[in-house]
Design a protein. Sequence first.
Length: 65
Amino acid sequence: MAEFAAAAARLAGVAGALLGWPPGEFWKATPAELATVLAAMSGGGGDPAASPADLRRLMEMFPDG
């Protein structure tokens, strides 16, 4: 558990320094979101745009209708 806490603290620091994220934003983000943002900042290709199936799934998960 101590290793996780130390790694999380380092990542929170990176998110704050590089992204300007306050701690609350870091803790609300998923690991995939953090990885995507950091990959984009480093010039990494990342995944292509969301597919229609991805968008439908997201719309079902987060209806705002």
